[in-house]
Design a binder for this molecule. Sequence first.
Ligand code: PMP
Length: 360
Amino acid sequence: DDRRDPGPPPARPEITALPDYSSARAGSVPITIRASSNEAPFGPGALVVDAVTERLRSAHRYPELGAVTLTRAIAEQLGLDPDQVVAADGSLSLLNYLLISHCRPGSTVVHPWRSYEAYPICIRTAHAEPRAVANLPDGSHDLAAMAAAIGPDTAAVILCSPNNPTGAGLSHDAVAAFLAEVPPSVLVVLDQAYVDFVTDPQAVRGLELLPAHPNLVLLRTLSKAYGLAGLRIGHLLAHPQLCRAVRKIVPPFAVSALAETAALAALVDLPHRDRIVTAVIDQRGPVTELLRRHGLPVVPSEANFVWLPLGDRAAEFGARCADAGLGTRVFDGEGVRISLGEPDLPTRLSSIVSGLPEVS
Ligand code: PMP
């Protein structure tokens, strides 16, 4: 019998061609400061830990179908109606559900680049074609070029503010002007994973634009400012009709019982969120100044990380950090992203850059 093992049935060619997700690289010494994944610098508060521990005792019970109580709590906090909210297993999953429910084969989705690496993957997963538009040199989106990239087949445009990994934010006026230009048949997805760290009073807030723009979708998460990345909770805010469509394909128990319980407690324990946000914002200016003083380029950030557009020197600086036990996220040939908030970060960075000449 010369039949060869044919292996498993192949995935769609455009799926096979996708890159694998990457994460921090191992260095020569153990990483003692983890600044590679934009996580909160400390764990959940006692309210969350107690509530989750209690809920664990009834882990044999399914969570509430459709996370109705959590959806209501989020809506109440934001001053929205619960039918404008969809909760699920992280904002990335919600982007997947949104694109799958709205794209057709042959659709295009315009997205910024460099931005969150998941965008082109989600777009391909939804049988659509990514149309990447390069950011401006300051790391912010080129909204004019993004508007120009919209064609008759465009199903959605993704904006990310503050943008991962550059940290640049969009202003309210810029997004409002963009929305006025985009045809109402095209979704405008505003990814707000880092919105809680924004301090610029001119920055887009998102919620204020929802009433006039039924094609606007906001994506938010409890992974960053609420410190619950490990539990996977995100929410989508949009027109009720759009939410109804997305809810049809969100898996019935997408938010696990522990995640749902933790989220409800975290939404009550706002002082804990504020401690995380303060730890980040307190470091943002000083860390930016420290790095610049030693001749390193740093883009002004509105997020819980800073971006160093080092180009060809990115890998070398990332390795220098790793050798000092500081885990960063290196984008080869582009730059290095360093998450903020760990109490020891400024001191460690200080000793890492101390070998570099100071510039006046
Ligand atoms: N959007 C952006 C811009 C992100 O950086 C991330 C996480 N790195 C996500 C979405 C995903 O967040 P979540 O944990 O809610 O899936």
